[in-house]
Design a binder for this molecule. Structure first.
Ligand SMILES: Cc1ncc(C[n+]2csc(CCOP(=O)(O)OP(=O)(O)O)c2C)c(N)n1
Length: 350
């Protein structure tokens, strides 16, 4: 399958009917989303390095895949994310404090899924896929005019749960859109060691309508997602998009990617940077209106300051809360553990 692309790495927009609604307003909006997401991501990374967060998984390099897809569906459509979908989360109005709370370890989760129609981050690989299918079956039962989109990675695509979800979604004709960000790596496992056939081909075997898209081309991702979502919404059954992108950062702040991947590979992908590509288009078309870039830079700097402020201002949780949220009805052994922990912490007083 040919990779769908609308903007070349040089920033040239294709003469394609799928680009018919592309204009300056649209491109400035998408560029803003990506710039702000990258700034938050970089700031959170620094905060982790300063000991303010326990862990952070960067979305650096994957902004176009996330922004292009989430901006192509309706705000009323439900999303079941993975764990590095910060750009998508921000587009759903999830703020810095909500995004960071889980990684600072002060709350079990950061936001109210129902408010943003954006489910909680899922760290158990691919578990969110059957969740999305189940939710989509409810949507279908209720006759609701909704699409359920779920994000996952190339590594997750070889999990049993992903494959069960594909099969079940097709069997039930559930209105679900599977969105894979193929970022080249599952921690240190390259896609070449992950599977024998690319996901869009495997998924077609399940009966899913599939599309392979340049995941660093925000306009192509948006057009492909809009097309797939429209078909899913019209009752044509589930679909899958494989967006080819790249994880510019390490897997997480606990990872050292120099141990397993080359600088040359990173250099190559840097030339395909999604932000720079759209910036070239904005500049070539004269769509970067006077003051746009400067105002965006100011907005990003203010966001970074806000990220630092809300992160440091989060109150430490009461350690006892971890027991309170473990079981609905406390068992004797947990009560003993809780009391033991309280005695242990009390032993430090004075
Ligand atoms: C069920 C399960 N198995 C293993 C892990 C450990 N693990 C965490 S992230 C990861 C790699 C995931 O790669 P991919 O799905 O491509 O997503 P990416 O991190 O690249 O976004 C693994 C193996 C896990 N979290 N859950």
């Amino acid at each position: 399958m040919e990779t769908f692309q609308l903007v070349s790495p040089e920033g040239v927009l294709a003469d394609d009917p799928a680009a018919a609604d592309v204009d300056g307003d649209l491109c400035r909006g998408l560029y803003r989303d990506m710039v702000l997401a990258r700034r938050l991501d970089a700031e959170a990374y620094s905060l982790q390095r300063q000991g303010e967060l326990g862990l952070w998984l960067q979305s650096w390099g994957q902004e176009a895949a996330q922004v292009g897809s989430i901006r192509a569906i309706r705000d009323t459509d439900w999303v079941f994310p993975s764990y590095r979908d910060h750009a998508a989360a921000m587009c759903r109005g999830i703020g810095p404090e909500e995004l960071l709370a889980q990684w600072r370890g002060v709350r079990q989760s950061g936001w109210d899924p129902a408010r943003h129609r954006f489910h909680l981050y899922t760290l158990v690989l691919a578990a969110q896929l059957p969740h999305a299918v189940g939710y989509a079956m409810g949507v279908q039962r209720d006759g609701a005019d909704e699409v359920v989109m779920t994000y996952f990675g190339d590594g997750s695509s070889s999990e049993g749960e992903a494959n069960e979800a594909f099969n079940w979604a097709v069997t039930m004709a559930a209105p679900v859109l599977f969105f894979c960000q193929n970022n080249g790596w599952a921690i240190s496992t390259p896609t070449s060691a992950q599977y024998g056939a690319p996901l869009h081909r495997r998924a077609a075997g399940f009966g899913l309508a599939t599309q392979l898209v340049d995941g660093n081309d925000v306009l192509a991702v948006r057009a492909a997602t809009a097309r797939a979502a429209a078909a899913v919404r019209a009752g044509e059954g589930p679909a899958l998009i494989e967006a080819v992108t790249y994880r510019m950062a390490g897997h997480s702040t606990s990872d050292d990617p120099t141990r397993y991947r080359s600088g040359a590979e990173l250099d190559h992908w840097a030339t395909l940077d999604p932000l720079e590509r759209l910036r070239r288009l904005l500049d070539d078309r004269g769509w970067a209106t006077p003051g746009f870039v400067e105002e965006l830079e100011t907005e990003a700097t203010e966001l970074a300051a806000e990220v630092r402020r809300v992160c440091r201002a989060m109150p430490d949780p009461d350690a006892d809360a971890m027991f309170a949220h473990t079981l609905a009805v406390e068992t004797r052994s947990q009560a003993a553990e809780r009391a033991g922990y309280a005695a242990y912490t009390a032993s430090f007083v004075d």
